[in-house]
Design a protein around this ligand. Structure first.
Ligand SMILES: Cc1ncc(COP(=O)(O)O)c(C=O)c1O
Length: 427
């Protein structure tokens, strides 16, 4: 018999489904699971892929970089040439537009805010001296981006994320008419959490923006540019190339890191920016530090050798991650699709699957999961201020658990969606 959509079931059929689902849920809860899928962490198997990197340097090795810098000593604040060249080749930018730092790209984003806030950029008034600073936030988006804007007390304006990137008509309207709009967050490939890949047209529209504020910056967080799980993925036009077309190179800061390439706690982060921007950034960063961990930079450069080495390494990650994404999609398709319960992304890479629950159900689903031992990213976290107006988006982070655990977790997740949706109908 063909399964009917939940909304088409009779009251008796709904009651029967509720009882059956609740019994299965109670059986899960009785197992007292303790699983955490709240954050997109690499799994132990993925981290193991990089363990040979620990053997690339030994006490007998010369820790002298190719330009002669002693990596054990102070200096070279923008990173050793080997590692800047590695990022430059991967990103298609010149090595002298790359600043390679410590392990966290999020910290570099924070640094960019801080410099604009305290001293101002491009000769403009520091953001701290303005009555109102606005940041555009494509939603659903990355909670830590919103946390940075919130930390500085900026107003966050949600911008709907469409299938090919943020709503560019809305972006252009704000950016080109309002001088208090100072920036926008972007994750151009496999956006967190939607998995959206920006189309070339969207990238070009970004590059062609004519901001009202001279110190408006696009925070181009290219966190997942290497993280494909399929062969021949669709990748966006490079923003740096598009900006060259329009002469808007100063408008973009691009961030990357190897947090999900090597070690999430001990990778290398970098920012790429125009030479004019980099001159100020380097000067201001030089107040904070005399130099980052160059031994770790050297370790990375020697482990990978070149950009091809990084791409090969990412194929090993893909082989681990693809089955995990598959099992999540399989269960959503099998359990929820026939009932018409929600929609979801099926990304070609990145770290997340975005689930849109029936409106008004996300918080309840996350709570039901928690009560049965599975912690998910809090509902609402993907919106500024934690406020999802539809109470619908849930970020599923499938990378850390094993495939078996993930299957179990997703079985529970689907039960929770059914219960929440049934409760909603009855109320
Ligand atoms: C979009 C995005 N940017 C940045 C980060 C954090 O990057 P990093 O480890 O380089 O600070 C994450 C981590 O999940 C992320 O999803």
């Amino acid at each position: 018999m063909e399964q009917k959509l939940l909304s088409q079931l009779s009251q008796e059929a709904r009651a029967a489904l509720y009882n059956e689902t609740k019994a299965a849920y109670d059986a899960f809860a009785a197992q007292k699971l303790q699983l955490n899928m709240a954050r997109g962490n690499p799994s132990p198997e993925q981290l193991a892929l990089t363990m040979p990197m620990m053997n690339t340097l030994s006490a007998d090795d010369s820790l002298i970089s190719e330009t002669g810098a002693d990596c054990r000593n102070y200096g070279v604040p923008g990173g050793i040439l080997e590692v800047r060249t590695l990022f430059a080749d991967l990103l298609g930018v010149p090595a002298d537009e790359v600043f390679a730092a410590g392990n966290s790209s999020l910290q570099l984003m924070f640094n960019c805010f801080q410099i604009a806030y305290v001293h101002g950029i491009a000769g403009c008034t520091p953001w701290s001296q303005l009555d109102n600073v606005k940041f555009l936030c494509p939603v659903p988006g990355y909670d830590r981006h919103f946390a940075v804007a919130n930390y500085f007390g900026f107003e966050m304006i949600p911008i709907p994320m469409l299938a090919d990137g943020p709503d560019m008509d809305m972006v252009a309207k704000y950016v080109e008419s309002d001088e208090s709009v100072k920036g926008i967050w972007c994750v151009p490939i496999y956006a967190n959490p939607t998995g959206v890949v920006f189309s070339d047209a969207v990238v070009r529209r970004f590059a062609s923006l004519k901001p009202a504020a001279q110190d408006f910056r696009i925070f181009w967080d290219n966190a997942y540019f290497l993280h494909h799980i399929v062969e021949n993925p669709v990748t966006p036009l490079r923003i740096t190339d598009a900006c060259k077309e329009f002469g808007s190179e100063d408008m973009v800061y691009q961030f990357v890191s190897t947090s999900k390439v090597t070690f999430a706690g001990a990778g290398i982060a970098a920012v790429t920016m125009s030479k004019a921007n980099l001159a100020q950034f380097s000067r201001d960063m030089g107040i904070q530090t005399i130099g980052f961990d160059k031994i770790n930079q050297l370790r990375h450069a020697r482990f990978f050798g070149n950009a091809e080495g990084v791409k090969e390494h990412m194929k090993l990650h893909a082989a681990i991650l693809k089955p995990k994404f598959d099992v999540v999609i399989e269960l959503l398709e099998q359990e929820l699709k026939p009932l018409g319960l929600g929609t979801w992304s099926a990304p070609q890479g990145g770290y997340f699957i975005s689930y849109q629950a029936p409106n008004g159900c996300a918080k309840r689903i996350v709570q039901l999961c928690k009560d049965a031992g599975v912690t998910l990213t809090p509902a609402g976290a993907t919106y500024p201020g934690g406020k999802d107006p539809d109470d619908s988006n849930i970020r599923i982070a499938p990378t850390y658990p094993s495939v078996d655990v993930l299957r179990k977790t997703m079985e529970l997740f689907c039960l929770c969606v059914k219960l929440a949706a049934l409760e909603k109908i009855e109320s």
